[in-house]
Design a protein around this ligand. Structure first.
Ligand code: VG1
Ligand code: CO
Length: 557
């Protein structure tokens, strides 16, 4: 096959956000758009691109197969030595991370827009991961963006046709070089890794006595759920919801939360199942429910797993020294860290910030409030892993999900947490609102100001600290600023505002509110009740309703 240079023009906005580049399919699939971005991603790798090996896999969404094909043709023309491609292109984000690490490749390209909707009217996305298996750091994604602003030519072997529906090794001669595509089973490496981390026998025994339900939301985890929970752990088909992969996720929103996985909540509410979990489009997020749809907030899930890590064989073998959570995530984890004498790091939103801490051995467990939980086994958050971790802990502790949570709160007190998402608002007023909030936190005379929050009960809040979160990476010293407006109150509650970096159009405002309760009488109250007055203060300070024109959030967690 022969590489051909093709002249192209610059497309604006090819700037990866929190997790890769995500755009409407219509934009991503417009002529040369995708080719440009892939070319720039390859060039960003630098001289080591020539002869290197990369992994390619995606979440099954509309456009993915065309993208895999493009990557094969562009990689061949740009001197890549070998591509390890998932069969049919299908591989979860955590599984790609696993394969990059296990096969010691130079990196990988993941075709996903994660929890964003798919189909012709939905989103598409491309993300690059480094040789540690984790998302590329900002310095790398900036390089892609810079290249995309200057590109005039891409190189492609359009006559190279590779059928990646069959596993096997395919060799091509590209001028005087050899180019190899190895199509691999999408599950094998990941499945083996899970078996090494967990004690499958004890989970299997536990599942004999407890009915479980998994909802893959028609995303990539469907076949993983069927293989791991079905074939390996012996659950029946009555344990599976939406495990068939659909390119448009059945027109749904493949985001495992109470709104978009409402069907799981409904099924769990009937009370037949003792444990339920849902996963997002690319398989890195998880939502955990107990019997009667008892909801475990991701912040609590992280803290409970931290508190019970010694139930999991992987952590029995290697000592735990620290944890990390993203800044908006509640401080429930910090309390476990303190008790256990471990370090606890607070990072900006996005998994890429955990990479250095994990690589340096400073942490073994990390998570985000956005339904992301993971560990040092790979460099992505991992939905199936989280469900297995829960089952392993439940099996060892012999408690129900609800009992385990109640026990946890009794020991540590309860961090109440809620997140309001205002999706797809107009960008300009949201930017204005954020600018005004910036002015509020810049003015230190606001400290001491009092606000009356109207809610389930009215409550007065006194501002005690204000800032815009910035992070200095303790490993490489890099500084990341403006990661969220934070307003702290004297009673220990906190509100955080930030704009989403994963949307494809308009602006999505995220408001995070949390507080801490040590009074046992309040442990069983709902988060919406406990936090309503504080949410009201957040709305007063931000004038969010005026700016967004929204009366209610799109999603409440
Ligand atoms: C969101 C979440 C963040 C998560 C990111 C990627 O980012 O808040 O915690 O890491 O999505 O998750 P943002 O910038 O929209 O708030 V995934 O499953 O989409 O890779
Ligand atoms: Co995801």
């Amino acid at each position: 096959v022969t590489p051909t240079p093709v002249s192209t023009r610059v497309f604006d906005g090819q700037k990866p956000g929190t997790s890769g580049l995500r755009k409407k399919v219509t934009e991503f699939m417009s002529p040369q758009y995708m080719e440009n971005f892939i070319q720039c991603t390859l060039e960003a790798i630098g001289p080591s691109l020539v002869g290197c090996t990369l992994v390619v896999g995606g979440d099954g969404r509309h456009g993915m197969k065309e993208a895999v094909n493009n990557i094969i043709q562009l990689a061949a023309a740009n001197g890549v030595g070998k591509l390890i491609v998932a069969q049919n292109g299908l591989m979860s984000t955590p599984a790609v991370s696993c394969v990059i690490r296990k096969r010691k490749t130079h990196g990988g390209i993941i075709l996903t827009a994660s929890h964003n909707p798919g189909g012709p009217d939905g989103d598409f996305g491309i993300k690059y991961n480094m040789d540690n298996g984790g998302p590329a750091p900002t310095e790398f994604t900036n390089r892609i963006h810079d290249l995309s602003q200057k590109i005039h030519t891409y190189h492609i072997c359009s006559d190279l046709q590779c059928d990646f529906s069959q596993t096997g090794t395919y060799n091509y001669q590209v001028e005087d070089r050899e180019f190899v595509v190895e199509v691999i089973d999408s599950f094998e490496d990941y499945n083996l890794m899970m078996k090494e981390i967990f004690d499958f026998e004890s989970i299997k025994n536990y599942l004999k006595g407890t009915k479980v339900l998994f909802n893959a939301l028609h995303g990539v985890t469907g076949p993983y759920v069927e293989k791991i929970f079905g074939e390996e752990l012996g659950t029946g088909t009555d344990s599976f919801m939406k495990t068939n992969v659909l390119t448009d996720f059945g027109q749904g929103h493949p985001d495992p939360n109470l709104t978009y996985a409402a069907d799981l909540v409904e099924a769990m509410a009937k009370g037949d199942f003792g444990f339920g979990a849902a996963f997002d489009g690319d398989g890195d997020r998880n939502m955990i429910l107990g019997a009667k749809a008892f909801f475990v907030t991701p912040c609590d899930s992280l803290a409970v797993i931290a508190n019970n890590l010694d139930c999991i064989p992987y952590f029995q073998k290697s000592p735990v020294t620290g944890y990390a959570r993203s800044m908006p995530t509640s401080g429930a984890l910090d309390r476990v860290a303190e008790k256990k004498g471990h370090d606890c790091y607070e990072t900006p939103t996005g998994w890429k910030f955990f990479g250095n801490l994990l690589d340096a051995g400073k942490i073994q467990l990390c998570g985000e409030e956005s339904f992301g939980t993971g560990s040092s086994h790979i460099r992505e958050k991992d939905g199936i892993w989280a469900a297995l971790a829960w089952l392993q802990i439940l099996a060892a502790r012999n408690l129900s999900v609800e009992e385990l949570l109640k026990e946890h709160w009794k020991q540590y007190g309860r961090n109440f947490f809620t997140r309001y998402d205002y999706e797809n608002c107009q960008a300009e007023p949201c930017n204005k609102m954020m600018a005004e909030l910036q002015a509020f936190v810049d003015d230190q005379s606001n400290i001491g100001k009092k606000f009356i929050g109207h809610g389930a009960t009215d409550k007065e809040y006194t501002v005690s600290k204000i800032d815009n979160f910035s992070y200095t990476d303790p490993v490489d010293g890099s500084v990341t600023t403006k990661q969220g407006i934070r307003i702290f109150f004297s009673d220990g509650s906190r509100i955080v505002f930030r704009l989403s970096g994963t949307g494809s159009s308009g602006a999505t405002v995220r408001l995070y509110v949390d507080s801490y309760e040590s009074e046992p009488d309040n442990f069983l109250k709902s988060a919406s009740e406990m936090l309503s007055a504080c949410v009201d203060v957040a709305l007063q300070i931000s004038k969010l309703k005026e700016y967004t024109g929204r009366d209610k959030p799109t999603v409440v967690t």
